[in-house]
Ligand binder design. Sequence first.
Ligand SMILES: [Zn+2]
Length: 188
Amino acid sequence: MSKFLNTNTVNSADIISNCDVNSDKLDFAKKVIISLQNEVIKNIISGSGPFIAAIYDDKGDFVCKCANSVVNDRCSNCHAEVNAIKEAEKIFNTYDLSPFNLSIYVSAEPCMMCLGAIMWSGIKSVYYSVPSNLVEKITGYDEGFKPNWFEEFLKRGITVYGNIESKLGCEALEAYVKSGDVIYKPKR
Ligand SMILES: [Zn+2]
């Protein structure tokens, strides 16, 4: 485990984190992320984007799960994390999720927009699979600029664990690209 690795250059099997890694939490996250990646592969046929986010509470109870729906909803904001946060806020009927000690599990590292959405939501922990440098390499998506986000999240009391089961995650993204589905992004 290494702290504060540059998230743009990681591609080893190491878990990266901004805190001391809790092995029980990590074991739980691995199970959740493996099931999300298997769902990403299934979702390719339904026209969803190749990303899924799930939210659980601190007892490990499921709150909600959403896929990226940019193409189907014709909305550039509809990343999996944003969709899941909106769903959780609807469930708890509040804009502030902090009293509920929630964690978000994502099939890939959140992009710059989703980091903002997570920061504003009151979610306490982030667990993600494929790092942004690999997402960009495999898919061609532009994940944005996210300087020191591990440190910035830690300052705000948000723990981050990354690169969880990322080999499987890369395979899911490769399957998406191979399927010929849209790599939705603005033209530059
Ligand atoms: Zn995003």
